[in-house]
Design a protein around this ligand. Structure first.
Ligand code: NAP
Length: 459
């Protein structure tokens, strides 16, 4: 049996070794998921909901264990990992309730002898592929609505972080969700993508990850016309206007920028600050950023863990070097940022400009690059001038300015004086090449449902 080792990014030691799934086993799991679908969809919604509620309770009871697993395989600080478990579980709680609210409708007919009814049905077997940056949350956002809708699901977690998924699936089984209704496979993304997209049984692909991989999955899904949901990359702008509350703007920038060492799809990548307040904003931000304690996430009081691996460190260093070459000023010398292993100190870069990579490419690391602006409308255009459209943030205390910015930003998730907009009860997803479909909110169950329409005649 081929084995896969999961490494701790803080120590580069093996956390655990797991068996790879063979192609034959993966296809068998998909077949079993289909058999399970035929009975899971027949359960009444209240019964499905009760099992999801039990799963929510079990995850809550095991939150410390799950948080430790997340820290071990992903590296984020333990307190942040505990927050992720609660956040992931909030999706299970939300969709446990939504399972009972999948409503149909009646439509006035154009003939007194007719009656028209619409109803919602689960799409079928779902193949899910997720990244390593939120090992619990990214998978919960898919598993919970899929199961609530009456679908069954086969999940492929990132190879860096499969252990959290494995434990969550075990807890789901313990909660009474049938073993074949929720399963995982340990496969490379390339193999899982091929097996899911080529399978005539899999009706839906739901993917969270990078835009290039998302595009390849959309193309591969075309042959069997699969229903797809895509949660892809971002390049979030932050606009700090001259009337903003600076203390609030700085604290919220840190929340969006340095959580998970900057490795989130809604991380601020480009910070645009009005020229009148840039000096004070940069001073405050630098002071707080330099106070962040970097270390092994299992140690007390650590604010920022390691990056996921060596390649991630190299990519961030490349963005910093490129910024310096293009006239950027770093808040600490670049040769002092690498502090061994996958650890990197956070840094503020002033004097950023549009020639820099950090203004065009998703960095996925702890750099806060600040560019000044004078004209608000011009900077909104700059903020929109990207193929991405996931999250954007702005800070202003004037409601006219705020609604003006909100209306003009081409983004799916917008934080106004808020650096942490994501929530289970709200629809999360992007415009443009950041994907399509939404996760969370009443919208998040729709991608797992088909509408069926019944026309009754001659009544
Ligand atoms: P990634 O390289 O696209 O990997 C994500 C997942 O896709 C992993 O499970 C990976 O498997 C798999 N994969 C890789 N190549 C594949 C292929 N050819 N076909 C099918 N699956 C494949 O992205 P990442 O670096 O892990 O994650 C970071 C990206 O995710 C960023 O762009 C970030 O913005 C995005 N993201 C978006 C959201 C959102 O909600 N919009 C949330 C979080 C992250 P392996 O195990 O083989 O790597």
């Amino acid at each position: 049996m081929k084995q896969h080792s999961v490494y701790n990014p803080a120590t580069n030691e093996i956390v655990k070794t797991v068996d790879f799934t063979t192609e034959e086993e993966a296809n068998k799991k998909i077949e079993k998921a289909h058999e399970a679908f035929l009975s899971w969809r027949e359960l009444d919604a209240h019964d499905r909901s009760a099992r999801l509620l039990k799963w929510y309770q079990l995850i809550d009871e095991h939150k410390e264990e799950l948080a430790e697993l997340i820290t071990l395989e992903n590296g984020k600080p333990y307190k942040e990992a505990l927050g992720e478990v609660a956040y992931a579980n909030s999706y299970i709680q939300w969709y446990e309730a939504e399972a009972k609210r999948v409503y149909g409708s009646t439509i006035p007919a154009n003939n007194p002898n007719k009656k028209i009814i619409t109803d919602k049905f689960p799409v079928g077997v779902v193949g899910a592929i997720t990244p390593w940056n939120f090992p619990a949350a990214m998978i919960a956002r898919k598993m919970a609505p899929a199961l609530a809708a009456g679908c069954t699901i086969v999940c492929k977690p990132a190879l860096e972080t499969p252990l959290t998924t494995i434990r969550m699936v075990e807890l789901a089984h313990e909660a009474g969700i049938p073993e074949d209704a929720i399963q995982y496979v340990i496969l490379s993304g390339r193999d899982a993508g091929r097996i899911f997209t080529e399978s005539p049984i899999v009706q839906k692909i739901t993917f969270t990850g990078s835009t290039p991989v998302g595009k390849s999955l959309i193309k591969a899904s075309a042959d069997t016309v699969k229903n797809v949901t895509m949660e892809l990359g971002g390049l979030a702008p932050v606009i700090v206007h001259k009337d903003a509350d600076l203390e609030l703007a700085v604290n919220q920038t840190i929340a969006t920028k340095f959580r998970n060492s900057g490795q989130t799809c809604i991380s601020a990548n480009r910070i645009f600050v009005h020229q009148d307040i840039e000096e004070e904003y940069a001073r405050l931000l630098t002071e707080k950023v330099h106070a962040l304690k970097v270390g092994n996430g299992l140690e007390e009081d650590v604010d920022m863990g390691p990056l996921i691996n060596e390649q991630a460190v190299e990519k961030v260093i490349d963005h910093i070097e490129d910024a310096i070459e293009n006239g950027g000023e770093t808040s600490q010398p670049i040769d002092q940022l690498k502090i061994g292993g996958n650890f990197l100190k956070p840094v503020v870069i002033r004097n950023a400009n549009l020639d820099m990579k950090v203004m065009h490419e998703e960095t996925f690391g702890p750099i806060a690059a600040i560019m000044t602006y004078d004209d608000l409308d011009e900077i909104i255009e700059v903020a929109n001038d990207t193929e991405y459209g996931l999250a954007a943030y702005f800070f202003t205390n004037d409601y006219r300015t705020g609604f003006n910015i909100y209306n003009k930003l081409d983004y799916g998730v917008i934080g106004w004086n808020d650096g942490a907009p994501s929530a289970a009860h709200a629809p999360f997803g992007g415009f443009k090449e950041s994907g399509y479909g939404r996760e969370g909110g009443i919208e998040g169950i729709e991608p797992y449902l088909e509408t069926k329409y019944l026309s009754i005649g001659n009544i």
